[in-house]
Design a protein around this ligand. Sequence first.
Ligand SMILES: Cc1cc2nc3c(=O)[nH]c(=O)nc-3n(C[C@H](O)[C@H](O)[C@H](O)COP(=O)(O)OP(=O)(O)OC[C@H]3O[C@@H](n4cnc5c(N)ncnc54)[C@H](O)[C@@H]3O)c2cc1C
Length: 388
Amino acid sequence: MVIIGAGPAGLVLGNLLLRRGIDCVVLERTGRDAGGKRARAGFLAAHTVRILARNGLDGGLRRRGREHSVCEFRTEDGRFRLDYRRLGRSEPHTVYPQHELVADLQEQFLVAGGRLHFDTEALAVTDADGPAPSVTAREADGRPRRWRARYVAACDGRHGAGRRSIPPGTVRRHHRDHGVTWLGLLAEAPPSMDAVGYALHPNGFAGHMARSAEITRYYLQCARGTRADAWTEERIWDELALRMRAADYGPLRRGPLLQRTVVDLESDVLEPLRHGSLFLVGDAAGLISPSAAKGANLAVLEAEVLAHALTDALAHGDPEPLDRYSERCLVHIWRAQEFSHWMVRLLHDASDTEGTSLFQERLRHSRLASLRTSSTQQDWFAENYVGI
Ligand SMILES: Cc1cc2nc3c(=O)[nH]c(=O)nc-3n(C[C@H](O)[C@H](O)[C@H](O)COP(=O)(O)OP(=O)(O)OC[C@H]3O[C@@H](n4cnc5c(N)ncnc54)[C@H](O)[C@@H]3O)c2cc1C
């Protein structure tokens, strides 16, 4: 079994296969320390925590993760809070930065004797339509090498070699550009509030998400095409304070910005998540906008489903669960896409994609009013916000 990519998807899959005695190798383009530094996700759903726990992969998050269950919406009509642990059939999130999870998973894989080749870039998957696919990779020393396996899992993201290797016309691609861009910021500053903050302002959306006692993530909606270094730190903090309505609800705790990323909010799902012996997992299977924090959670869920199915096929000679892998995961992917899309439309002025329309703006206000006032809507929100 060859796994391309050592993000959450590839490393959960690798760890689970190793524990089940399935021979596998993970190929990772970057160096050993890179994955443990890439700050992205932070909110893990309860289901994700359960998957990690039942496979003994939750040591770090049990020690350093924190439960979280409150979000606060700030608008020109005031603010309201939802404690989603107390709503519907919902549960709390666990806040645990993705780069720490990746570092833990990497460590556990290596300690358990897993083969993880860093600085090894997969270039192409060939013969995937037969029973003996192979992966051509460029090794750390620059030399090409061919890996042969019974199956290949592409866990290398949306732009990886797995997706690229699928012949045109064999899978269907569903792509949507939500027309919204975020400047993602990681600040060396304690959280400014005890909730996830979603601020809706005429200048655009702003978000606040605690990562740890010292680090906070902020998001600022910006114009498409904005460069990550286009704004000074002072302008960023002033704009965050304005949109978060710090004058009314308390100042932001400022600090140096450690990281800036520009994220165009897009969705991109392939169907089916398989081409012969090649399986797609995580962002390679379905990119989702980060508006509802679902991507890493889906990656972990899909990795577990695939690990079970591969074990059935390789250890017990039963290929049926593998045949159902795509169908099973797509149910979760589309449910998450639907909720993320709803969040995009809740949090942003729709003008970017749908023309400046007062009608759209009124709908958005009404959506927010329902969330503020209807307990049924709040239960629905809570269940979808944390569930995958
Ligand atoms: C700003 C932001 C915030 C987010 N917040 C959240 C959140 O709060 N909650 C949540 O659930 N999700 C969140 N997400 C989404 C989440 O980060 C992704 O969905 C998740 O990283 C997907 O995991 P993955 O393993 O599929 O892919 P990745 O994490 O992208 O890992 C892919 C790996 O493959 C490697 N690779 C790529 N190409 C090759 C190649 N050719 N050969 C070898 N290796 C290769 C890469 O180096 C990488 O290590 C967020 C995303 C962003 C951008």
